[in-house]
Design a protein around this ligand. Sequence first.
Ligand code: ATP
Length: 315
Amino acid sequence: MTVPLRPRMTIPAPVKVWAPGKINIHLGVGAVDDGFHELATVFQALNLGETLTLIPGGTRTIIIQGRYADAAVPRDESNVARRAVDLLITALEDDRDVAVLRDLDIVIDKQVPVAGGMGGGSADAAAALVGAAHLVGGVDEAILHECAVAVGADVAFLLRGGTAIGHGRGEKLSPVLTRGTFHWVMATSASPLPTPDVYARFDELNPDPAPATVPDRVLTALAAGEPDTLAESAANDLTEAAVSFMPEIAEVMEAGRDAGALLPLLSGSGPTIGFLARDAHHALDLAVLLQATRGVNEALRTTGPAPGAHIVDGS
Ligand code: ATP
């Protein structure tokens, strides 16, 4: 009697994906609409990002390693990288074979500070979507965008990278023309600042906010590659709210200005502060000074714009 052989399943090779962190070069916050604040923001993707390895044939384990592998990052199903993959499974499973995505192990090399307003978790979600799409042989961009928005407003931008205006919750994107490289020093804080708390304080401080806009001068300065002009026109409407929780944010901003930074800018809802430098040398000087400033945990040098989430190793 011949025993029919079952076809051997081959497990695809792991895929490695990189995704950028971000700074909000401008963040205009308007009134609440449908439960969310109306935003008018300019995102810039940074060359400071996260690397994820998606390993098929595993046990749905999440391993966090790297510079910011701290305890606040969930290792369970609530990790946004896992949520992103699960959303993609749901979006595809009626028409496609998604078995390879169900048992993925995910290794996250965390290089973006956690809860720092630099979109670290969102970068993980963007990277997970790109890696998962690769493992199933490619996914329509519109489906990826939908899954990204379902995980979090910033994820859609980090899929694309570059520099972009974000409207709505930040998910309605249009690209922004920029010239040259912008040099940033990101001053992190030892304590996190939860985003919902900052928005709640913004509401208390601004019961009737003006409609959120991006000043034309911000866009002109970006297109011309003029950091000085940018410094005169960009702002973050959440600054006052963030400072009300952490007065040291204002002190660190002042110290950066004194040290010659063109523009101290709260990144997202903080507490990380981005300092715009004139060039790479200036960024190095600034980083040295800021590293020695009270209230600064680390002064990280980076540049933008950076590319969006992309495969760095996958066969
Ligand atoms: P954003 O700028 O997008 O508002 P953030 O940079 O301020 O985000 P994150 O680092 O993304 O903040 O993390 C916010 C919270 O999300 C964390 O405190 C943690 O509880 C949760 N979280 C879930 N998944 C992740 C992840 N992969 N990395 C980091 N935090 C995660």
